[in-house]
Design a protein around this ligand. Structure first.
Ligand code: PLP
Length: 418
């Protein structure tokens, strides 16, 4: 990683100060307790400033203008591409495709790779903890190609049941599509092992890094990952921009996903030929300022260092689980123990509807998400229709955790459970 860590000891209060959104108290005078980073992270000043810099100083369309602004935009975009390459240790910048986010990245692979290479009888190996973004595109392409989707069973504590892998991973498996970290259970999946086992039967692996890339180091070459996807907005960057990493040999064989401007080499009246990578997969106008500011977000997390981020989020998680388990009757945290999870707590409270809980927590300035979190198969498996999720980021403090627990006590009182 190129940028040097700015600090080894993690001062969450100082880091919180870098996020302008926390400068304002809420209308009821309470501080913002933002516990919905898994849905979308808040933005540090450096990211906001970088996006503004682009609009104020050199905005132009990308890869089209020979004039100075155009050249600067291209330079800045390529700088971000290089930062992404470095972040995930890809071999070449041509393997880094800008998309609108994880959802588009997975759709791109399912469509461009799946339509060309899946055959009737092939299997796509999923599991029930996947986000809908890593299920539905595969169902669609399976229907169109005669392939089918298959699911690795989960253990009772919400991990992949690796003992069952021999039964599900066979010569028929064309691709394993798996999340690096579950957006509900927090489960961190053994991606490297899956990739290695997949290779033994000739299967590719796509890792949905929407939740893992912002919180832990991901090395595509070391882990043997063929495709990696993530979203800018979850790594403290802008919304509207995301990344697809694909191994060059795979991307080169794939047909375009969207077609139109920029992705062509030559257009004739009857047919067209395709541009080189990554332009072939970047039809139309990119989210220019957003992609440029994604580079600032990557610098931001690199400077904090993933080791420090992990240690900090682990402290928050431990404190939250200890207090919730100790103090809140009927509290159930779905997912595995601490050693297998990231900083996400999806809970159910006996006798409390998840929406009521979220609404009452909001009265205390505590922002959490409730619902199925785009994981209906997982909620079916858990036997609940909804959960309330608290998820943590670099700006959260132990005080935030305490405010969460206090607000849950408040909610239980309001619901006359005490
Ligand atoms: C694990 C996971 N995959 C995919 C997505 C979809 O990301 P996006 O909406 O940025 O495309 C999310 C978003 O919550 C997610 O948590």
């Amino acid at each position: 990683m190129s940028s040097q860590p700015r600090t080894t000891s993690f001062d969450a209060d100082t880091i919180r100060g870098e996020f302008p959104v926390f400068d304002q108290p809420l209308t009821n005078g309470r501080p913002v307790t933002f516990l919905d980073t898994a849905a979308s992270a808040q933005k540090p000043r450096v990211v906001i400033d970088k996006e503004r810099e682009c609009y104020e100083q050199y905005y132009a369309n990308a890869y089209r203008g020979v004039y100075q602004f155009g050249a600067r935009v291209d330079e800045e975009l390529e700088a971000t591409r290089e930062k992404v390459r470095d972040l995930i240790n890809a071999e070449e910048i041509s393997e880094i495709v800008f998309t609108s986010g994880t959802t588009m990245s997975i759709n791109l692979v399912a469509d461009s790779w799946g339509r060309k290479f899946l055959r009737p009888g092939d299997e796509i190996l999923l599991n029930e903890m996947e986000h809908h973004a890593n299920i539905v595109p595969w169902q669609q392409i399976a229907n169109e190609t005669g392939a089918s989707v298959r699911y690795i069973p989960l253990t009772d504590d919400g991990r992949l049941d690796i003992q069952e892998l021999d039964n599900c991973l066979t010569e028929k498996t064309a691709i394993i599509a798996v999340t690096g970290m579950s957006n509900v259970l927090g489960t961190i999946n053994p991606v490297e092992e899956l990739a290695r086992r997949g290779k033994q039967v000739g299967a590719l692996i796509l890792v949905d890094g929407a939740q893992s890339v912002p919180h832990m180091p991901v090395d595509v070459r070391k882990a043997g990952i063929d495709f990696l996807t993530f979203s800018g907005h979850k790594i403290y960057g802008p919304s509207g921009v995301g990344v697809l990493y694909g191994r060059r040999e795979l991307l080169r064989e794939m047909d375009p996903f969207l077609t139109g401007g920029h992705m062509i080499d030559r257009v004739f009246k009857e047919k067209s030929t395709w541009a080189e990578l990554p332009a072939r997969f970047e039809a139309g106008t990119l989210p220019i300022a957003q992609a440029i500011a994604l580079g600032a977000a990557i610098d931001f997390v690199n400077q904090l260092s993933f080791d420090a981020i992990h240690a900090h989020e682990r402290r928050l998680l431990e404190h939250a689980l200890a207090r919730l388990q100790d103090e809140v009757p009927g509290f159930v945290c779905h997912g595995p123990g601490l050693e297998h999870r990231g900083a996400i707590i999806s809970m159910t409270l006996e006798g409390v509807h998840s929406e009521d809980l979220a609404v009452l927590l909001d009265r205390r300035g505590v922002f959490v998400r409730h619902g199925h979190h785009c994981t209906m198969p997982l909620h079916d498996l858990l036997g609940v229709s909804a959960t309330t999720r608290a998820s943590f980021g670099v700006y959260n403090t132990l005080d935030d955790v305490d405010r969460l627990v206090d607000a849950i006590h408040f909610a239980r009182e309001k619901l006359r459970l005490v």
